[in-house]
Design a protein around this ligand. Structure first.
Ligand code: HPA
Ligand code: ZN
Length: 326
């Protein structure tokens, strides 16, 4: 499973930071983060809203471009070791300069430099999706969208939204999504992880995304599933995350196969792997055990993900080669 070539579309930069990495930075900076770790060294949180708090506490030691450069290297080494050849990761200017465009450019330059080296050394390509955080509100999202629009490029390829899906309405963020779209960025948004099928429908109508982060609760609205299938809106499904956070009680209850059966395009990602004790290899192993997925299913996931990737066509061709010939 580890050796199968994989494409990942839904990975949060900060959420990919191993606990030991964050603990090490906390020690260097003399910051007491002991309350966010369990005795066994893993992240400690009770539920989704507490997860968001612990996540933000962990980011407090990612204080500059240098820390993000180190995180980028760690993240890409880990992903490459699980057979990932292309990954899109969510980057939040909120944690990279607070929404200031000049500061954001410095973070981005540091991250891209490491990514370029990793591409040569490890055969993994990274692209960035600038992501606003829903519970930080629509005004802060505008600053984030401005950062995204100012730095749209072959590397900054998309705009998205994460955070607490139960806060506000998707339409509150329409200005930011329009701003990003006008700058040429492709659109994804978290929806239907917690907010039900209605949240997916409202997001599709207000924000016109090409992809949805999670989106799994669309299964409760058959007509919405048909709409997603008709419009080719691709779901970034993170089964391990959904089970760990209790969206579904166990993988057997996860709708991934029912969504596929209805013609909805799905892809596989890890979301925040160390927080959810997962890796791409583990996702594949669990899906194989529970749903009987085999090489052809995994090839389907990788090809669907690559078709839905926000990169340019030359990059897509390069990655297709990696999927088929290595
Ligand atoms: N959901 C919403 N927002 C997030 C997540 C998630 O799983 N991880 C990091 N930000
Ligand atoms: Zn996510």
């Amino acid at each position: 499973m580890r050796d199968i070539k994989k494409v990942e579309l839904h990975l949060h930069f900060e959420g990919a930071a191993p606990p030991a990495f964050i603990r090490g930075l906390a020690q260097e900076k003399n910051v007491d983060l002991s309350k966010i770790f369990r005795e066994d060294g893993s992240y400690a949180y009770r539920d989704f809203s507490h997860f968001l708090q612990v996540y933000e506490a962990a980011t407090s030691v990612l204080t500059g471009p240098e820390e993000f450069a180190r995180l980028t290297r760690a993240l890409l080494e880990e992903s490459a070791s699980h057979g990932v050849v292309y990954t899109e990761a969510f980057l939040s200017p909120d944690f990279c300069g607070g929404g200031d465009v000049a500061a954001w450019r410095e973070y981005l330059a540091a991250i891209q430099e490491v990514a370029d080296t990793a591409e040569r050394d490890m055969g993994i390509s990274l692209r960035g999706i600038v992501t606003c955080i829903r519970h930080f509100g629509p005004e802060q999202a505008k600053a984030v969208a401005t950062c995204a629009a100012e730095t749209a490029s072959e590397w900054v390829v998309g705009f998205g939204m994460g955070g607490d899906e139960m806060m506000g309405a998707p339409s509150d963020f329409a200005w930011s999504f329009d701003c990003a779209r006008e700058a040429g960025l492709a659109i994804t948004t978290h929806a239907g992880e917690w907010g039900g099928a209605k949240s997916v429908r409202d997001s599709v109508e207000a924000l016109r995304p090409a992809r949805i982060g999670h989106g799994v609760q669309a299964i409760d609205d058959p007509e919405l599933c048909d709409l997603l299938a008709e419009r080719d809106i691709v779901l970034e499904v993170c089964p391990g995350s959904n089970v760990f956070l209790g969206v579904y009680p166990k993988l057997e209850a996860h709708p991934i196969q029912r969504l596929r059966d209805r013609g909805v395009k799905v892809t596989i990602s890890t979301d925040d792997p160390p927080f959810f004790h997962t890796t791409m290899t583990r996702e594949y192993e669990n899906l194989s055990r529970v749903f009987g997925y085999d090489e052809s299913d995994f090839a389907d996931f990788a090809n669907t993900a690559l078709d839905a990737a926000f990169c340019d066509e030359a990059t897509r061709d390069t990655i297709r080669e990696r999927l088929t010939h290595e």
